[in-house]
Design a protein around this ligand. Structure first.
Ligand SMILES: *Cc1c(COP(=O)(O)O)cnc(C)c1O
Length: 478
């Protein structure tokens, strides 16, 4: 990196300028860096973007309205945004080998919404929203949705169940995808906890979905997308793959051949801020067949594109094309394996018995605690994670029995496999010394717990030593 000292002092100046307008925001921004630097971040969906990616977001590209597509904007003066969007889409197409890339979605949810409407528009005669006398999908009533679903031909969506690792946007009621479609979900094998392709194929034959969604947020294994496409073809369904979590492993060529979704899916959606290490945002990759419908994402479900974020996507994708990024992606997977082995050796149960991607899902039930207690005990011990359901979770979706771990963020700081073994030691130490308190009824609490002060301090010291050895943005001081 060029002259870090100069970059540091530029940021100091910028934060000083911001502080003159609203000191609390300058302070919170500084504090966030301190906090991120000081803890072991094992949240599987988070990462650290590079300084060039972060800096690209803080510019006047934010000031431009550019609804429409490159060369076909609803506003004048979009020549520079056209350049930005063209470069980002070009990088995305080349990096992932996709026929078409749409880089406007503001987030993963927006990318999925764009994809769902595009698939409907492509395969089904869809009524115009204006017929309902509303301005946007958010204004539709329950009755309108019922009518809409019917007008779509009562289309069906088959996605992975939440407790097997699927995502809310794969057809679940709190998300609009659960209102647009009749949804059913596929789970994992009760014994192995692995995807059961034969069971999925049988389910697809019976349910006859318009769309099969593959992809996950908490499944610690690779998926065979060739098999997924075969299943989709066997029932005439569209295969949509949501690679939000593992896009970095695809970009870094850790997932190749049948584990690469792009050659097999009709439509691929993703976030750009998880393992891909880009800015917070989303993206849709599609075959030529679906490209014209995907292009209508704005204004169908998206507002004006975030030009500054599209610019940062272009920078992040340029980084992801490098040999260094391939090494990074391989290290993410190697580190997850080392973390899993370290935990197994220390008696921690893992869903599916291990990992071959960037996710490790602990089942903490054997320690007599809930996911919520484990998450809280780890947090006060310097380890940031999130609780997560395990398949058929006895503690439900709020307390849970699982804790999800991921290696993208620590790998960005340069953690190695031996560091991951040390992290596993800290985690196991905390879990072993966390006991539920007893409720008034004499039952173990699902939320309150006691953690021994010694175990907590050992973990805090260990975490401090590890993050100290691998500084975030080394040399960057604000
Ligand atoms: C994170 C995630 C999303 C949503 O991304 P946001 O940017 O938070 O909207 C969608 N799908 C999957 C599989 C995810 O893991």
């Amino acid at each position: 990196m060029s002259d870090l000292q100069a970059i540091s002092s530029a940021y100091q100046t910028l934060l000083g300028m911001i502080g003159e307008v609203e000191p609390r925001i300058a302070q919170a921004t500084r504090q966030e860096l301190t906090d991120q630097r000081g803890s072991l971040k094992l949240i599987a969906s988070e990462n650290y973007a590079s300084l060039p990616v972060l800096a690209t977001m803080g510019t006047w590209l934010s000031d431009k309205y550019a609804e429409g597509t490159v060369g076909h904007r609803f506003y004048a003066g979009c020549q520079n945004v056209d350049t930005v969007e063209t470069v980002a889409a070009e990088h995305a197409r080349e990096l992932f080998g996709a026929e078409y890339a749409y880089v406007q979605p503001h987030s993963g949810i927006d990318a999925n919404l764009t994809a769902y409407w595009a698939i409907l528009a492509n395969r089904v005669e869809t009524p115009a929203l204006s017929e309902f006398g509303v301005r946007g999908v958010a204004d539709l009533s329950e009755q309108d949705w019922e009518t809409l679903r019917h007008r779509f031909g009562d289309q069906r969506l088959l996605g992975m169940s939440l407790d097997a690792g699927g995502h809310l946007t794969h057809g679940f009621r709190p998300n609009v995808s659960g209102k647009m479609f009749h949804q059913r979900s596929y789970g994992t094998d009760p014994e192995t906890q692995l995807l059961d392709y034969d069971a999925l194929a049988a389910q697809a034959r019976e349910f006859k979905p318009l769309i099969i969604v593959a992809g996950y947020s908490a499944y610690p294994r690779r998926v065979n997308f060739a098999k997924m496409r075969e299943i989709a073809d066997s029932v005439g369904a569209v295969l949509m793959v949501d690679m939000a979590h593992f896009a970095g492993l695809v970009a870094g060529k850790v997932f190749t051949g049948e584990e690469d979704p792009v050659p097999y899916a009709h439509v691929v959606t993703t976030t750009t801020h998880k393992s891909l290490r880009g800015p917070r945002g989303g993206m849709v990759l599609a075959t030529e067949e679906f490209a014209p419908s995907v292009d209508r994402g704005c204004p169908l479900v998206l507002g004006g594109p975030l030009s500054h974020v599209m610019a940062a996507k272009a920078v992040a994708l340029a980084e992801a094309r490098t040999e260094a990024f391939r090494t990074y992606a391989q290290n993410v997977a190697d580190n997850a394996k080392a973390l899993a082995e370290g935990l197994l050796t220390r008696g921690v149960n893992l869903v599916t018995g291990g990992t071959d991607n960037h996710i490790v899902l602990m089942d903490v039930g054997s320690f007599g605690i809930t996911g919520r207690q484990a998450e809280a005990a780890l947090l006060e011990s310097g380890i940031v994670t999130n609780r997560n359901s395990v398949p058929n979770d006895p503690n439900g979706a709020w307390y849970t029995s699982g804790v999800r771990l991921g290696t993208p963020a620590l790998t960005s700081r340069g953690f190695t496999t031996s560091d991951m073994d040390a992290v596993a030691d800290l985690i196991a130490g905390v879990l072993k010394h966390t006991v539920p308190t007893t409720t008034a009824k004499g039952e173990p609490s699902k939320a309150k717990y006691d953690l021994s002060a010694d175990a907590r301090q050992t973990s805090l010291d260990g975490a401090a030593a590890l993050v100290g050895a691998h500084p975030l943005y080394p040399g960057f001081e604000i």
